[in-house]
Ligand binder design. Structure first.
Ligand code: ADP
Ligand code: NA
Length: 327
C-alpha cells in the first residue's frame, strides 16, 4: 500500500501520565487512518534501568491496555512487545558494529541517565540509541514522531543507516521526523519547570491516566501556582501556564478563550475547573480500560498477532542485512 510508515514506542517503565497521553498517545490515534503505524511497547529499553520483573510485566500489559483504551485500533496499527520480536536484538547487535563509541558518548540522554542512575551505568544504557535505531530501521520506517528529547536519537539513527547503506548499497530507508500538530508539553504539577514524567518519584507531580477522580482533584489542588493571582499565560508563571495548557489540551478551548474564561476567577476555582476537565476527559478511557482488563483472551490475541505481523516485516529487513554483512 501507498501509506507512509510510522514507528513509535513507549517504555513500560511506569504509569502512563497525562503528559504521555497529551504529548503522544492522543496524537497517535489521529494518525492511524492515514499512515501505516507500528506502536511498540519497548520493554527491552526499559531494562536499561533496573526493573522489578513482576512490575515490568504488569506495566507492559497495562500499557497495552491503555494503548487500546485511548483508541488505537489493533486492526489498523501493529501493536506489539519489542521483546516478542527477536529481530530487534539481532539487528541491534549488527548495528552496534557500525556505530562509534564517540557518537554514543555525545548522546545527552546517556549523560543524563548515567548521572541519575550512577550505581548502574550499564552497557545497555550506553548502546540504547543503537537499539532504537534497530527499532526504526527494521520496518523501513518513513516517519518517526519525536519530541525535542528524542531528536538526537533520530539523528544517530539516520547516521547509522546512511553509513550502512554507504558501505553495502541501499538497505535501510532513511527515516525523517514526523512534523505534525505538536502535542502539548505537560510539566510536573509541583515543579512546573520540569516535564511531567512517569518515572518521577513524586506522585503529586504527575496525573496517571488511571488516577481516580478524587486523586486527580487533589493533585490539582496541590499544584504549584504563584502569588499574583492572575490566570494567564506567562514566562514568569510556569505553574499557571501549565495548568492553562492542560485545560486547553483536554477541552480544545483556545488559549485566549481560556484566559478570558478565568479572568475573574481565583486560583482555587481555576484549579477545580482544570481538575474537573481532566476527570471528564479521562473518564471514558478509564471505563474502557476496565472493560478490556476483563477480556484477557482478547488482550493476549492482540499482542500475539501484533508480534507476528511485526516479525514478518522485521525479518525481511534482517535477512537482507545478514546477507550483506556476510552471514
Ligand atoms: P516519560 O518521561 O513519561 O517516561 P517517555 O520519555 O517514555 O516519557 O516518552 C514517551 C512519549 O511521551 C514520548 O513521545 C514523549 O514525547 C511523550 N511525553 C513524555 N512526557 C511528556 C510530557 N510531559 N508532555 C508531553 N509529552 C510527553
Ligand atoms: Na522516560
Amino acid at each position: 500500500d501507498e501509506k507512509k510508515r510510522i514507528f513509535s514506542g513507549m517504555q513500560p517503565s511506569g504509569l502512563i501520565t497525562l503528559g504521555n497521553y497529551l504529548g503522544a498517545l492522543n496524537n497517535w490515534t489521529k494518525l492511524q487512518d492515514d499512515y501505516d503505524c507500528l506502536y511498540c511497547i519497548v520493554d527491552m529499553h526499559a531494562i536499561t534501568v533496573r526493573q522489578d520483573p513482576q512490575k515490568l510485566r504488569k506495566q507492559a500489559r497495562d500499557l497495552l491496555t491503555q494503548y487500546l483504551a485511548v483508541g488505537l485500533d489493533p486492526e489498523k496499527n501493529i501493536i506489539y512487545y519489542q521483546s516478542h520480536v527477536s529481530q530487534h536484538a539481532e539487528l541491534s547487535w549488527i548495528l552496534n558494529c557500525y556505530t562509534y563509541m564517540g557518537e554514543l558518548s555525545r548522546m545527552t540522554q546517556f549523560k543524563d541517565k548515567s548521572a541519575k542512575h550512577a550505581d548502574n551505568i550499564n552497557a545497555g544504557l550506553f548502546t540504547y540509541p543503537v537499539l532504537m535505531a534497530a527499532d526504526i530501521l527494521l520496518y523501513q520506517t518513513d516517519l518517526v514522531p519525536v519530541g525535542e528529547d528524542q531528536r538526537q536519537h533520530l539523528e544517530i539513527t539516520r547516521d547509522i543507516a546512511m553509513r550502512f547503506n554507504g558501505i553495502y548499497s541501499d538497505t535501510f530507508k532513511i527515516p525523517e521526523a514526523y512534523i505534525g500538530k505538536v502535542g502539548a508539553k505537560i510539566m510536573a504539577l509541583q515543579e512546573p519547570t520540569k516535564k511531567m514524567s512517569k518515572s518521577d518519584e513524586n506522585q503529586n507531580n504527575t496525573i496517571a491516566l488511571l488516577d481516580e477522580p478524587s486523586v486527580i482533584m487533589n493533585k490539582f489542588k496541590r499544584a504549584m501556582t504563584d502569588s499574583d493571582n492572575q490566570v494567564r499565560f506567562g514566562e514568569d508563571k510556569p505553574g499557571i501556564s501549565n495548568l492553562l495548557g492542560i485545560y486547553c489540551a483536554v477541552t480544545g478551548v483556545s488559549p485566549e478563550a481560556a484566559e478570558r474564561e478565568f479572568a475573574n476567577a481565583g486560583y482555587g476555582t481555576f484549579k477545580t475547573s482544570v481538575g474537573e476537565a481532566v476527570v471528564a476527559k479521562l473518564e471514558p478511557i478509564q471505563k474502557r480500560v476496565k472493560e478490556l482488563e476483563a477480556n484477557k483472551d482478547y488482550l493476549d490475541s492482540v499482542i500475539k498477532s501484533g508480534g507476528e505481523k511485526a516479525g514478518r516485516i522485521a525479518e525481511r529487513t534482517l535477512s537482507k542485512v545478514q546477507k550483506k554483512v556476510g552471514f
